[in-house]
Design a protein around this ligand. Structure first.
Ligand code: APR
Ligand code: PHB
Length: 397
């Protein structure tokens, strides 16, 4: 078996793995990333598009913000459309000046891949059969196959940045993990189109026929979503049907302004809340989607991955520079405090804005009344805004 050696072995070249790799590389800590797919496959996935200020600052710290700062759209608010009524959530005013950045996860990933290539740090794409070993010993290593050969990668630590379906979490004995999960009885049908956005901010719409979201990637590219039953299929949705349904769910003033066009991507994603505790098993740390999933309604998935990365990076920095080994066992508890707050917000936004067929008439009215209470109260709007722009990162001391 051929062998390799690094300080931190990273499984997965999604945003979590690439951002952690870049921060560690810049700090002089050696990393090697193992990714199952090809770069083109990774970049072909259409994912989220709203970055919290904490993530924006982390990308700047990593030295990969040039294109985001030039092309990203800074949004100081978003719009709630509630059965025809429009309410502006002024993030900037409600949070003392905070904003979010509209910049697609695909572009973040592209920038991180380019930076890693320029830095000369190694990523092995199309690595198969990746398996972590010895996490509870002083000799952790990862085995994998590449072009028919088996390799052993010796390392100090393993970062499991391999998403929800990855191998890292699945390599931890089941009796060492506690799983918390909720699966929602609907999904989001999303389309990408080269059309101008219907509004200059994102629009989250609640409607008796179901939720709709108008998002964007740029002034000429839109990303729109419709709540659909889990059993639905994209083949049932022609572009025309999608646009007609979206118009029905939007307030008239917005529906009248909606510019339609051919879709360039169309897919259905299920909605799930998922957390695994703890996020560490000996020398292996779970980061991002490998440890937790949120429904997309609060735009928190990618941002939670970034806060995990920040926590692990700052811990590893102190481990290597100051021999602060005591911090390693704090990773999980520090991450989980913030993870659970974002899980709560994402669940709440989902509950407030979607149609739940199984709800009786009373539960439906209570949900409507709860959201109306929040938006009619300054304190309520502040609560929504401070969660949406992102709760603070904990200092590592
Ligand atoms: N071996 C190697 N790589 C793997 C394996 C495996 N066994 N399993 C999965 N991977 C790779 C995937 O191909 C993918 O490129 O790990 C990567 C995981 O990336 P993401 O799924 O994007 O997860 P993460 O980097 O944590 O990104 C945060 O939060 O809400 C979401 O949309 C958001 O996808 C984003 C995620
Ligand atoms: C997106 O642009 O894909 C997007 C935006 C906001 C969300 C979810 C998805 O809450």
């Amino acid at each position: 078996m051929k062998t390799l050696k690094t300080q931190v072995a990273i499984i997965g070249a999604g945003p979590s793995g690439l951002l952690l790799g870049q921060l560690l590389h810049n700090a002089g800590i050696d990393t090697l990333i193992l990714e199952r797919q090809s770069p083109d496959y990774v970049l072909g996935r259409i994912r989220a598009g709203v970055l919290e200020q904490g993530m924006v600052e982390l990308l700047r710290q990593a030295g990969v913000s040039q294109r985001m700062d030039a092309e990203g759209l800074v949004h100081g608010g978003f719009e709630l459309a509630l059965d025809g009524r429009q309410v502006h959530i002024d993030l900037h005013a409600l949070t003392g000046g905070k904003t979010v950045m509209i910049y697609g996860q695909t572009e973040v990933t592209r920038d991180l891949m380019a930076a890693r290539r320029e830095a000369g740090a190694q990523t092995i794409y199309q690595a198969t059969n990746v398996v972590p070993h010895g996490m509870k010993t002083d000799e952790a290593f990862v085995t994998f196959e590449k072009e028919g050969e088996t390799w052993r990668l010796d390392c100090d630590y393993i970062a499991g940045c391999d998403g929800f379906h990855g191998v890292a979490r699945q390599s931890i004995p089941a009796d060492s993990l506690k799983v918390f999960e909720r699966i929602y009885p609907f999904g989001w049908l999303g389309i990408l189109a080269d059309t101008p956005p219907v509004h200059d901010e994102l629009v989250y719409a609640r409607h008796e026929r179901g939720f709709a979201l108008c998002s964007m990637r740029s002034p000429t590219r839109t990303r729109y979503y419709l709540q659909v039953p889990t059993s639905d299929h994209v083949d049932h949705w022609s572009d025309q049907r999608f646009w007609d349904e979206l118009k029905t769910r939007l307030p008239q003033a917005l529906a009248d302004k909606l510019v339609t066009g051919p879709s360039i991507e169309k897919s259905i994603a299920p909605l799930r809340s998922f957390v695994v505790e703890p996020m560490q098993y000996g020398r292996m740390f779970l980061v991002g989607d490998a440890a937790h999933i949120v429904p997309p309604t609060g735009a928190k998935g990618l941002n939670l991955a970034a806060s995990d990365v920040s926590t692990l990076f700052n811990i590893l920095l102190k481990v290597y520079r100051e021999n602060r080994l005591d911090l390693l066992e704090k990773y999980s508890q520090i991450c989980l405090r913030r993870v659970w707050k974002a899980e709560r917000f994402s669940w709440w936004m989902t509950s407030m804005l979607h149609r739940f067929d199984e709800h009786d008439a009373f539960s439906q009215r209570i949900a409507e009344s709860e959201l109306e209470y929040f938006i009619d109260s300054e304190a309520g709007r502040k609560t929504i805004a401070e969660n949406y722009v992102g709760l603070p990162y904990e200092a590592i001391e």
